[in-house]
Unconditional design. Structure first.
Length: 355
């Protein structure tokens, strides 16, 4: 089993090192191959996603990804910015299905900015379509406005579009995921305004005919943003497009109080996947040894479950994480009165010990 390990920028190297430690402690030999990605790759090879890195990822059974990005690359032309690496990997591997769970660990209820009764027991899953929508839609660019009241003036434009098969395949993923959970899907759209999302709603409704045991509701994205903070426990599975999924998944992550706890998985049709923490590269705390490695460690557990078919090993890791939390160990992002503050390495070591 071959795993491509791409630590990336900022805290990426520190947190991935801990996840690798945990993988190596399982008592099984995985073939781990490291490569540069993001700003780190740009510095060394002049491109955030060098051909060799993409090839390594494509040839692997799964990719363990840290994080990319740093403010210092904001001035680069778009094609060379670190974020292009993650977009290129999604496209290059066809990773259309993004799973972003938001789970509140009972031990961390105090970390949420919402009232405990609103969030305690929260367990929702965002299924975000990841290779279409306005993120990748062509044409896009800058030009002189061809018409309208500002004709001739400089303008920029992007294209929001979804094809029927793209919506169908993500719908199947969401309904199947709901079957293994509480059997409720909320499809989030903007059908009241956008053609693309009226089509989205129609196609989701059509696919639903094959999943009569699953309850389906449709919700406009603005309302969904509101319901997520009003009554988040009403959600089970949320399925939505690339853009809305990007925004709502950050909102959902924060309900739990620590984005440092949340893993994510991006899968293609062959269950080849990329696994990464939901948070970013956090350049402000990079190199200080204080980043929370648990989201990355839990991402490694998802990797074992979904791409390597090793559910038992995944269970072991998840149990070990619960154990260290129950023991009161906390990185600064989830620390509260009466718990023990530890750094990145100590947290990783504690998970290995709990294993
Ligand atoms: C995410 C990130 C990315 C996205 C960026 C870094 C391109 O925000 O994974 O949610 O917008 O998809
Ligand atoms: Mg995002």
């Amino acid at each position: 089993m071959k795993i491509a390990v791409l630590p990336g920028d900022g805290i990426g190297t520190e947190i991935v090192a801990e996840a690798v430690k945990v993988l190596n402690a399982l008592g099984e030999r995985f073939e781990l191959e490291f490569a540069d990605v993001g700003g780190a790759a740009y510095e060394k090879h002049g491109h955030p996603l060098p051909a060799a890195t993409l090839k390594l990822a494509q040839d692997a059974d799964a990719v363990l990804f840290g994080a990319v990005g740093d403010w210092k690359y904001d001035k680069l032309e778009r094609a060379l910015r670190p974020e292009q690496a993650i977009l290129g990997l999604r496209k290059g591997l066809g990773l259309f299905a993004n799973f972003r769970p938001a789970i509140l660990y009972p031990e961390l209820a105090a970390a949420s900015t919402l009232k405990p009764e609103v969030v305690s027991g929260l367990d929702l899953l965002i299924v975000r379509e990841l290779t279409g929508d306005i993120y990748f839609g062509l044409p896009r660019g800058r030009r002189a406005a061809p018409d309208g009241p500002f004709a001739g003036q400089p303008e920029a434009f992007d294209t929001m579009r979804y094809s029927k098969p793209e919506i169908e395949r993500i719908a199947h993923v969401a309904f199947l995921a709901a079957r293994k959970r509480r059997k409720r899907v909320t499809s989030v759209d903007k059908a009241n305004v956008l053609e693309t999302f009226q089509f989205w709603k129609d196609v989701i409704t059509e696919v639903h005919a094959q999943y009569r045991d699953v309850e389906l509701e449709h919700m406009y994205v603005d309302n969904a943003a509101m319901q997520l903070v009003r009554a988040p426990k009403n959600f089970d599975v949320i399925v939505t497009g690339n853009m809305f999924g990007d925004i709502l998944s950050d909102e959902a992550a924060m309900l739990t109080g620590s984005i440092g706890m949340l893993p994510s998985a991006s899968l293609n049709e062959r269950n080849q996947g990329l696994y990464e923490p939901s948070h970013g590269s956090a350049p402000d705390i990079a190199g200080k040894g204080v980043a929370n490695p648990l989201a990355t460690i839990l991402s490694a557990a998802m990797l074992l479950r979904y791409s390597l078919n090793r559910a038992q090993q995944a269970d072991r890791i998840e149990a070990a994480v619960k154990r260290v939390l129950a023991d009161g160990l906390r990185t600064p992002d989830i620390w509260s009165e009466g718990t023990q503050m530890v750094g990145t390495k100590e947290m990783g070591d504690a998970v290995v010990a709990a294993l």
